[in-house]
Design a protein around this ligand. Structure first.
Ligand code: TXA
Ligand code: MG
Length: 315
């Protein structure tokens, strides 16, 4: 069932218990809606991969109610402690080496000896994680390869039919998925750009993020980082400066566009609206969706990464 916002208090509790019992639940985070399962329950995790049609080589992010719960699962490095102190709770995931006796099942990690951890700041998510009492794996709540949901009306009917609860908390504020940093060594290695930018990390820690070696040459940088991703049904044409016949044109400070990521050049506003406008444009059944150029600075880098994947050739 979909929970109306006014009934949330009673029902977050029911959703937390459902997670603990191995059921799937859709819940809000500050980035995008997630579909959660108990990370220590291989059957629940297997069901999650199945309903999302997600390849099992693509590991999941483990969500924890607080930093202490997260750091009990891994070998904590100086860098992880530093980043966790500054950016948690918030839209940052840290990849660390998983402890041998960690309860996170191997399937959740796609068999890797590392795990990505996240401590979300969304109050409903935090409460849900506290009630669940176990770390929760939660990919974005979309069929694998499709657009991430930032509102419940973006959710795929078939996907949510497998979920015991769907918690509606309106629009996710950041609108794009968490930044992922490999924090196993001394320097932060950026695996996925997101709401916390390289500049935020530099300003707050005085450290420069580095890109993984495999990023050079455009090959995948983390398991599951497939080229085509975040794909609407319609084709996507990026860096468009005009609208062609049959297209819906999404603008960035572009007066003649059909839909506007921002009318003032605000990149944070554009990130928050990105998936919603792609969903809206897609529902209009255009020949393709044209998107104006986005400045590649700050969170613009994360927006461009999502758009490049949305526009990549499909399998
Ligand atoms: O904002 C978010 O992170 C959202 C919300 C729901 O929390 N979740 C999310 O999960 O974006 P998902 O499954 O859509 O993306 C997880 C990404 C994948 O690209 C995966 O390859 C990477 O995290 N990942 C997970 N574990 C990893 C690991 N051990 N090493 C490297 N990459 C990892
Ligand atoms: Mg995703």
């Amino acid at each position: 069932m979909i929970l109306a916002p006014q009934n949330q208090d009673k029902t977050i509790e029911r959703a937390g218990l459902a997670l603990r019992q191995g059921k799937l639940v859709v819940f809000p985070t500050e980035t995008v809606y997630g579909i959660g399962a108990a990370s220590n329950n291989p059957n629940a995790v297997a069901k999650l991969y199945e309903v999302k049609k997600r390849p099992q080589f693509n590991p999941l992010i483990v969500h924890c109610a607080n930093k202490e719960m997260a750091f009990k699962l891994v070998k904590v490095t100086k860098l992880a402690k530093h980043l966790g102190d500054i950016f948690w709770p918030g839209p940052l995931s840290l990849v660390l080496t998983c402890l041998d006796n960690s309860p996170i099942c191997s399937l959740a990690r796609a068999g890797l000896d590392s795990v990505a951890l996240r401590v979300p700041s969304h109050p409903i998510c935090k409460k849900l994680l506290e009630i669940a009492g176990v770390p929760i794996v939660a990919p974005s709540a979309n069929p694998s390869g499709k657009l991430s949901p930032t509102k419940v009306n973006h959710l795929d009917e078939a996907l949510i039919s497998h979920c015991t609860e769907v918690i509606d908390a309106g629009t996710c504020s950041a609108g794009i998925e968490s930044t992922i940093i490999d924090a196993r060594n001394e320097a932060p290695v950026i695996l996925r750009t997101g709401p916390i930018t390289n500049l935020d990390i530099k300003n707050q820690t005085n450290m420069h993020c580095i890109y993984p070696k495999s990023k050079q040459g455009n090959s995948p940088i983390a398991p599951g980082q497939l080229e085509s991703h975040y794909a609407p049904f319609a084709n996507v044409r990026i860096n468009a400066t005009n609208k062609k016949k049959g297209e819906i044109f999404i603008g960035f400070n572009t007066p003649n566009a059909d839909l506007h990521l921002t009318e003032t050049g605000d990149l944070i506003e554009a990130a928050a609206k990105l998936f919603d406008l792609l969903h809206v444009a897609d529902k209009m059944n255009p020949i393709s969706i044209a998107v104006a150029p986005i400045p590649n600075i700050g969170i613009g880098e994360a927006i461009n990464e999502r758009l490049a994947r949305a526009a990549a050739p499909r399998n």
